[in-house]
Design a protein around this ligand. Structure first.
Ligand code: CTP
Length: 204
């Protein structure tokens, strides 16, 4: 009835899954609660909590590429009630204790046999977008971070357009504003090029 969440339409993540399927990839999309329809050609797992999402990601491995676009809630309520928390007659505001949720990207990107060959995270920022994204790249051991400005003026939250920066170790590429579906297609093209380069290196 009452819950804590991060705001997200899921449009960008769903667009990435759809673009990967169109490019011929076998895709598992693990989606939190959204109102948009499941994309075609993709296996979809619906989850509600960060713990369920981490579990579902682990079950979907191994994978050549992991793309982490979910706006995972950073905290959850320590003692979630099984019944609705009612307002009391003395109208005292309840206080909630929060505990930190697992960081799915950081957990999966850590070195190990199950780590996808290419790990792409997202970063939602409202200021110093590329600085914070570069910090996340290092802190979470991702290979790339797609950074976007989600401040209210940007219209990105819930909207259909996005303007992103592709941040990798030592390079920042700023893309012009385009639709979320164009961002997805371009990202998948870049990923396909990277995979092809990995393969030709491995064959040498
Ligand atoms: N992420 C995750 N698990 C979490 C929090 C974030 O996997 N519990 C992933 C997101 O899917 C995204 C990246 O980490 O790929 C960055 O998420 P973002 O919300 O921008 O940042 P946070 O790590 O939550 O840090 P902060 O809220 O301090 O900006």
């Amino acid at each position: 009835v009452r819950y804590i969440a991060n705001r997200s339409s899921g449009k960008q993540g769903h667009a990435v899954a759809a673009a990967a399927a169109i490019a011929g990839a076998r895709v598992t999309l693990i989606s939190g609660p959204v109102v948009i329809a499941d994309p075609a050609g993709v296996d979809v797992v619906h989850v509600e909590t960060a713990a369920e999402m981490l579990d579902a990601v682990r079950r979907a491995l191994p994978a050549d590429v992991g793309i982490f676009a979910a706006a995972v809630a950073d905290w959850r309520v320590a003692n979630a009630g099984h019944e609705k928390i009612k307002k009391t007659a003395d109208a005292r505001t309840p206080s909630l204790s929060l505990v930190e949720n697992p960081d799915i990207l950081k957990t999966i990107a850590a070195k190990g046999p199950q780590r996808p060959g290419l790990v792409v995270g997202f970063a939602a920022e409202t200021e110093r977008v590329t600085d914070y994204a570069a910090k996340k790249l290092a802190a979470k051991s991702a290979d790339w971070i797609v950074a976007n400005d989600v401040s209210p003026e940007s219209g990105v939250m819930g909207g259909d357009r996005n303007s992103v920066h592709l941040v990798s170790a030592g390079a920042i590429e700023s893309w012009p504003e385009m639709s979320k579906s164009e961002v997805a297609t371009r990202l998948i093209e870049r990923i396909a090029e990277k995979l092809a380069a990995h393969r030709s290196e491995a064959a040498r």
